[in-house]
Design a protein around this ligand. Structure first.
Ligand code: ADE
Ligand code: ZN
Length: 322
């Protein structure tokens, strides 16, 4: 079986970050919004570094203005994922971008997303769940509003809560109220950490917020006592190697710590993060891991099991996709 056909589970995919550039340019033209600076001469997203990437991401997102825009985006994203063998995907969705964290507006966006996901499940055989995500550089007040949206809509589709954005700003503990609010609503928890912040950032996310998964988390490798603590706490890492290489965190795939983390016993999974920004797909991630570390079917099966075990879905869904 080719790597493309192999069944995959993706746990870390930002919905806006998965928008194809042509899709965003099309919406910008329809709405007469000038965002040409987000693209290079070949039409690819263009950014200089991580902070600029976040700015370009938000510029692209500015053309997504209605529940219908989001429904069209989700349809395109799930179609692309399914073509790469993804049978289950968890998408980060942000009330900040979907109605400005107003609960009534968020419900409208969510209804559009949920019906699109149901259609894709019936037509394409891909199951999707949403993780409501606050944005760290928008600050703790905005995060509270997102957490309230998440808590109000926790259920079959919204199953998790998390935090993305600029890890250089503030500390995980600043967001404790939001994480407690989401936890009390029954949501499962994850946080981006250990991407641009070092081991202490991962330690803080795990100890202060009580998350069960870490988005990225790869810089834990700089502190082996932390790696062992993550193992003892059975934390799963949502590793996005292509994202890390494209953003310059590691100079090459062979220098990426995913294999060392795996060999040390951590539960690692593989995702694309924001695929068109990083010129990647789930198939490309698998191909590069095969090339860099000699990963074979047995290791991909281990990764698949890790993702299944850590998925934010109920046991009936897990049994169905297993
Ligand atoms: N939002 C979208 N992609 C991200 C990343 N790689 N890190 C933090 N926030 C993000
Ligand atoms: Zn991410």
């Amino acid at each position: 079986m080719s790597l493309k056909q192999m069944k995959k589970i993706e746990l870390h995919l930002h919905l806006e970050g998965a928008a194809p550039p042509a899709f965003i340019r099309g919406l910008a033209a329809e709405k007469k919004i000038d965002i040409h600076r987000a693209f290079d001469e070949r039409g690819h997203y263009a950014y200089r570094d991580f902070v600029h990437f976040l700015q370009v991401y938000e510029a692209a997102t500015s053309v997504l203005q209605t529940p219908e825009d989001y429904a069209r985006l989700l349809q395109a994203v799930l179609q692309e994922s399914a073509e790469h063998g993804v049978i289950y995907t968890e998408l980060f969705v942000s009330p900040d971008f979907c109605g400005g964290s107003d609960v009534a507006a968020w419900r409208d966006y969510l209804a559009a997303l949920q019906s699109t996901a149901a259609e894709a499940e019936a037509k394409l055989g891909i199951t999707a769940r949403g993780i409501v995500t606050c944005i760290r550089h928008f600050g703790p007040d905005k995060a509270r509003a997102s957490a309230l949206c998440a808590a109000e809509t926790a259920g079959d589709f919204i199953t998790g809560f998390g935090i993305a954005g600029d890890e250089g700003i503030g500390k995980p503990g600043d967001y404790l109220w939001s994480f407690d609010c989401a936890r009390e609503a029954g949501l499962r928890l994850t946080a981006h950490a250990g991407e641009w912040g070092g081991p202490q950032s991962v330690r803080d996310a795990v100890r202060d917020l009580g998350v069960e998964r870490i988005g990225h988390g790869v810089r834990a490798i700089e502190d082996l006592a932390l790696v062992d603590e993550l193992g003892e706490r059975a934390i799963t890492l949502e590793v996005c190697p292509g994202s890390n290489v494209a953003l310059g965190l590691y100079p090459a795939w062979r220098k990426h710590p995913i294999e060392t983390l795996r060999e040390r016993g951590l539960k690692v999974t593989v995702s694309t993060d924001d695929p068109p920004f990083f010129h990647t797909t789930m198939t490309r991630e698998y191909e590069e891991l095969e090339r860099a570390f000699g990963w074979d079917e047995a290791i991909f099966a281990e990764i698949h099991r890790n993702a299944l075990d850590a998925a934010f879905c109920d046991t009936a869904t897990r049994d169905r996709i297993a």
